[in-house]
Design a protein around this ligand. Structure first.
Ligand SMILES: NC(=O)c1ccc[n+]([C@@H]2O[C@H](COP(=O)([O-])OP(=O)(O)OC[C@H]3O[C@@H](n4cnc5c(N)ncnc54)[C@H](O)[C@@H]3O)[C@@H](O)[C@H]2O)c1
Ligand SMILES: O=c1ccn([C@@H]2O[C@H](COP(=O)(O)OP(=O)(O)O[C@H]3O[C@H](CO)[C@H](O)[C@H](O)[C@H]3O)[C@@H](O)[C@H]2O)c(=O)[nH]1
Length: 319
């Protein structure tokens, strides 16, 4: 297929773009490089530096869109909600309009566990209530809602993939390594590994008084290579007039303390941890049931172990 990958110069989008190229698709990456890197665009993909609000020319002749481009810092979204509504909802609506004008009827969208907010039960299934606790999650949920409406009204074929906590790195067949490298890094694993690299003194543990076994937040970590494969399955499964939603996690929860311990084992570094205040808006436990995507699309995590996720992220870091 001829595919447009928005945000394909970013962490997850670049891995998906690489896998799409490897699978023989004709890939164009559209990215404004606000948080991405031009050298993350895989060889073999065309690169257009532009915003998703200017996607019309790049959409000509496309069979589908994989839409990763977004603002995705929870804390920033609380401080600047307008920015998140404008980029994540406004930007996506502009993209959907341009797709319609160009006759592009297929989209796979990066949704998030943050659409659920504080869950009532664990693991979370797709039919559980969606009550986001921050504007980031709310803006992503609004896009999910818009996709349902566009599927019903215009026959769009849409899939929303609700990622839980993504980690690890991907080594493509040509040996190129695709990894997480954000100028502003909020995610746990890269922050912990930065201590082992000597780039930070210690890692902050945000809260030890949660109602969890060791008092720290529990999350469901998924390997970026496994996550990326789900996009290729979703792309094939897209059906006109339907909007499908799938959770993507490994189904097992790990606490912040457990992740720090695994990072110590993998790196052999003491990694000092400093206990700090809770981070506002963090639910205690977020664990996915990915049964629906396993059942309907045959997806299965090949590297579900946190140790492998951490080891791959660690091996990919330049020293
Ligand atoms: N990393 C995670 O754990 C996680 C979890 C759930 C959902 N997500 C979602 O997955 C997607 C990718 O996340 P990531 O971690 O790879 O982020 P990232 O910041 O590495 O990638 C996003 C890319 O989009 C580009 N971009 C941003 N706004 C743009 C715009 N208006 N026009 C064109 N390009 C734009 C950026 O330059 C960047 O290359 C995002 O939509 C994010 O919300 C990520
Ligand atoms: O330096 C850090 C960083 C994180 N944490 C804790 O580690 C856990 C994981 O935090 P991340 O920032 O790595 O990820 P989140 O759980 O906040 O992920 C949420 O935000 C992401 C976007 O950044 C995705 O959308 C994801 O689906 C959504 O659940 C949280 O309990 C957090 O408080 C720390 O203790 N110290």
């Amino acid at each position: 297929m001829k595919l447009l990958v928005t945000g394909g110069a970013g962490y997850i989008g670049s891995v998906v773009a690489a896998q799409l190229v490897e699978a023989g698709h004709e890939v164009t990456v559209l990215d404004d490089l606000s948080t991405g890197h031009a050298d993350a665009v895989p060889p073999g993909a065309r690169f257009v530096q532009a915003s998703i609000t200017e996607a019309a020319p790049a959409l000509e002749g496309m069979d589908g869109v994989l839409h990763f481009a977004a603002k995705s810092l929870v804390g920033e979204s609380v401080a600047k909600p307008g920015l998140y509504w404008e980029h994540n909802l406004g930007g996506t609506l502009a993209l959907l309009d341009a797709m319609r004008a160009a006759g592009v009827g297929r989209i796979v969208f990066s949704s998030t566990a943050a659409t659920y907010g504080e869950p009532e039960r664990s693991p979370i299934v797709e039919t559980d209530p969606t009550r986001p606790t921050n504007p980031y999650g709310a803006s992503k949920l609004a896009v999910d809602t818009a996709l349902s409406a566009f599927a019903g009204l215009y026959g769009l074929a849409a899939v929303s993939l609700r990622y839980f906590n993504v980690g690890g790195a991907y080594t493509a067949g040509d040996g190129r390594v695709y990894r997480e490298r954000h100028a502003v890094e909020t995610h746990l694993i890269p922050n912990v590994l930065a201590v082992a690299l000597g780039q930070r003194e210690s890692v902050n543990v945000f809260g030890t008084d949660y109602p969890t076994p060791d008092g720290t937040c529990v999350r469901d970590y998924i390997h970026v290579a496994d996550l990326a494969r789900a996009h290729l399955l979703a792309l094939d499964a897209c059906a006109p007039g339907e909007h499908a939603v799938y959770n993507l996690g490994s189904g097992t929860g790990f606490s912040v303390q457990e992740v720090v311990s695994v990072c110590r084992e993998v790196t052999g570094h003491a990694i000092p941890a400093v206990v700090g205040e809770r981070r506002p808006g963090d639910p205690a436990v977020l664990v996915a049931s990915s049964e629906k995507i396993q059942r309907e699309l045959g997806w299965k995590a090949e590297r579900p172990e946190v140790r492998d996720i951490v080891a791959d992220a660690w091996a990919a870091l330049p020293r």
